[in-house]
Design a protein around this ligand. Structure first.
Ligand SMILES: Cc1cc2nc3c(=O)[nH]c(=O)nc-3n(C[C@H](O)[C@H](O)[C@H](O)COP(=O)(O)OP(=O)(O)OC[C@H]3O[C@@H](n4cnc5c(N)ncnc54)[C@H](O)[C@@H]3O)c2cc1C
Length: 308
């Protein structure tokens, strides 16, 4: 007999786990799937200091707490990589890589998140999440009265640089092209007294022995001048990749691969919902992912009830 769920949640990061908690408390038959250990990007986060009420704790600790919460409530979890989703009207089909496993569900919540792009230069892996960060709001406070380098020149890089320049003593921006962000934000950043901008540069390596100590980069112009910016920390903003390959053909993602969802987290396809970083949104944080998960589960449960 086919195993039919009310709601299948793809992704067990904070969005997926919160969706699972809200869905099971709405009396839904719930299955949560993740290709990796539950926790999503929290697993790779050294310290979390901005999740309301939790104080200071490691990403792994918060991931375990959230997962235990889902298990106490009886959420079914399976390690599976979802490779395809078919929107077959009232029953959706979720196909996984492992043994061609197929699940059927009345509603699906997609909470597969994004992955920050990396430069792939020497030293990057050595200092990832321990000197190199992808989130100024999360880690910026550690660099009060210190020197940082920001890599990138788009909207995220410029907005986060404005935020960081208010915290640290010196901020150096190294970017492949010129600043491409909103002109007003660029003007504001250029006027900040502790900011130096190096456009048309290629990062060569991150240096350090016991901690990160600087960034070596060179001009992409004919002179190819090499420079070195000493620093206590680096923030990389060179874009992100949306984890939406499994459902890219459903017509619910934009050109960046992110899901277009409304304030109820519904997509243009009835019964298919988005939550967390994979949706088009302004602030990608644990707390906003959890919020999306709660809203998506509430909408998905109402949708399932409407089918009865
Ligand atoms: C280095 C770093 C530090 C951060 N620090 C903080 C912080 O201090 N505070 C804060 O609030 N935010 C922080 N963030 C942001 C925060 O981690 C994210 O906003 C949050 O994790 C997004 O949650 P999510 O559930 O939407 O996605 P994710 O956490 O990305 O989880 C998505 C899950 O989906 C799974 N998945 C993807 N595709 C598939 C598939 N095809 N099949 C099965 N499973 C799949 C993934 O394995 C993953 O477990 C940080 C981010 C980074 C990168």
């Amino acid at each position: 007999m086919e195993n039919i769920y009310d709601i299948v949640i793809v992704g067990a990061g904070p969005a997926g786990m919160t969706a699972a908690i809200y869905a099971i408390r709405a009396n839904m038959k719930v299955l949560m799937l993740d290709r990796l250990a539950p926790g999503g990007q929290m697993i790779n986060t050294n310290e979390i200091e901005n999740y309301t009420g939790a104080g200071k704790l490691s990403g792994a600790e918060l991931a375990i707490k959230m997962f235990e919460h889902t298990q106490e409530l009886g959420v079914e979890f399976d390690y599976k990589t979802v490779i395809d989703i078919k929107n077959g009207g009232p029953l959706k089909t979720i196909t996984c890589e492992e043994d061609d496993t197929v699940y059927k569900a009345r509603a699906v919540i997609l909470a597969t998140g994004t992955v920050p792009r990396r430069l792939g230069v020497p030293g990057e892996d050595d200092w990832a999440a321990n000197g190199i960060s992808w989130c100024a709001i999360c880690d910026g406070a550690q660099y009060r009265d210190k020197e940082v380098v920001v890599i990138g020149g788009g909207n995220s890089a410029v907005e986060e640089s404005i935020y960081l320049a208010g915290i640290c003593t010196k901020l150096t921006i190294v970017t492949m092209f010129d600043l491409t962000a909103d002109p007003k934000a660029c003007d504001l950043l250029r006027k900040m007294p502790n900011v130096t901008i190096y456009p048309y540069q290629e990062v060569l390596e991150f240096t350090g022995t016991e901690r990160i100590t600087g960034v070596r980069f060179k001009s992409t112009k004919e002179d190819a001048t090499e420079r070195y910016a000493p620093c206590d920390g680096v923030f990389e903003y060179i874009g992100f990749s949306a984890s939406s390959q499994a459902f890219a053909n459903l017509g619910i993602v934009d050109r960046t691969g992110c899901i277009q969802a409304d304030t109820r987290m519904t997509t243009s396809l009835p019964g298919i919902f988005g939550a967390g970083d994979i949706t088009v949104k302004h602030l990608r944080q644990i707390v906003t992912a959890c919020s999306d998960g709660a809203v998506a589960a509430n909408s998905a449960a109402a949708y399932v009830e409407s089918l009865k």
